[in-house]
Design a protein around this ligand. Sequence first.
Ligand code: ADP
Length: 630
Amino acid sequence: MAKKKFKSESKRLLDLMINSIYTHKEIFLRELISNANDAIDKLYYLSLKDENITFNRDNFYIRLTPDKEARTLTITDTGIGMSREELEDNLGTIAKSGSFAFKKENDMEQDVDIIGQFGVGFYSAFMVADCVTVKSKAYGSEEAYVWTSKGADGYEIDTCDKAETGTEIILYLKADTEDEHYSEFLETYRLSELVKKYSDYIKYPIKMLTEKSRPKEGTAEEGKTPEYETYYEDETLNSMIPIWRKNKNELKQEDYDQFYQDKFHDFEKPLKTIHTSADGAVSYTALLFLPARAPYDYYTKEFQRGLQLYSNGVLIMDKCADLLPDYFGFVKGLVDSADLSLNISREMLQHDRQLKTIAAHIKKKIKNELLNMLNNDRANYEKLYESFGRPLKFGVYDNFGMEKDFLKDLILFYSSSEKKLVSLDEYAKRMKEEQKYIYYACGEDTAKIDKLPQTELVKEKGYEILYLTEDVDEFVIKILGSYEEKEFKSVSASDLGLKSEEEAKAEKETKEENKDLFDFMKEALGDKVKEVKASTRLKSHPVCISSVGEVSLEMEKVLNAMPNNQKIHADRALEINISHPVFETIKTLYQTDKEKLKKYTGVLYDSALLIEGLPIEDPVAFSNHVCDLI
Ligand code: ADP
């Protein structure tokens, strides 16, 4: 039989993994046991749909067989098995292409556990074995096949004899070295310890013939020194109780962390664990985790949200999307309910009343936990928000704001006065008595926004401003409209609501006084602006641009950056600071040199655009004008 080569990327990954990635070699056992568990699950699924298969629990188990003489450890399962093609497909390629690139790109630490993450679990066997043999007989097949590999060079497949359906993996353990003592994986006490540590909740029995000792019959009588004999007994090493069905008091956070990291392939501990049960109209247990970081594919189309769904401890669906709204799609975990029927199909699930009730509970539960974190564990909430604030904001905006009231208290924005992220509730509580609006300003980053001339007067009034830096932010604000009856107001809006009656009167007078001048300037700018006017918001800057009407300047930027470029244009006003020396010059020019005033107006307009981060139409003309003036 010719030796087949692993795909080249697989080979590199395999080398990398065997030699460096993972320092705890013992996890190979966990990986192989999980695979065996999945294989039995698959057969179990089949039995749900096929009346011809009877699933007798006693026939399903995983067995560990260490053989000290042969220096082998065999892991046997009575699961679904693999056909020749499956052996080739499943064990011949490591992971899908993205994984290796991902590790390189992200420059992950040396001992990060990427094994489980990328479905290269099986290959962890090569961390402890220099030769691996997989004998497998697929369910419903007469033939069995044996796959053999000595690591990175490739593998061979041949036919073999195997009576029972299922898979048998034989690891030929590496020779011990000074640093690594592979023989430990032949010791029954060590294997049993590892099963307890990593695979206790596996729901099929993990059996092992264990060496025991007992006093020889007749030798334990009084007055005699008992003689001992060794005997072997089949022992079940795991408790088989899934962690979520255990009593909360019996569990430590480490147990949850271990379970989470193992099951959901995360190399970080969860930020928060939610273990909750309900009894009532529907009864269920949910074990939910809030991850510390977004998985690498979170923002791609490949990402599938959803919770695992169990019926009485038996997995019936791996990613049940109906249990989580999109905006909580980052939550990992599972739901177990005895009220769900086992052989329910995906289509039926969508209409299942029980499931809907559970989903509604879970949604509320997650929100409450998030609020709780926001108020009592701020640092962690901010960490979470950094990764998942975006989906929460999209949640506010989605479906015409259907969920905006539910989500609004979870949203944070950077605050001008607090210099950190704040919630709308915190803002509202700090508002000054006479303050009419919740102010916000948009821009690329908080440092740039902080320098915007438009923010000056609002700040001077002592009002807090929310800095919006993400494209979705202003849409969120627009769809919310108000918070606790206080409207949102952009610092670029034409009326900021800051004026007292006197100020408004004074403004009107200046406007009238300078009407001709402003009209002239508007004329000089043509269609570029709706109006030129005296500003009531500027303090030290000579000019700024504000938007007139619904579309703001930031929205213009966002909308025009979208693929179906609609060429949206926000109506603008050029505002002049009449307390600035520039204004005196303008006034004089209006009397003495109208041509020069035209140029000045252009330059002022362009510089206002630049401050706003908007492109200027003709940079060359702008530069020429500036040079002329100099
Ligand atoms: P993962 O389990 O993450 O998909 P693995 O490399 O561990 O990745 O396994 C690859 C595939 O090989 C599995 O998805 C499964 O289809 C198959 N496989 C592995 N072990 C077994 C087994 N004991 N019985 C049946 N199929 C198996």
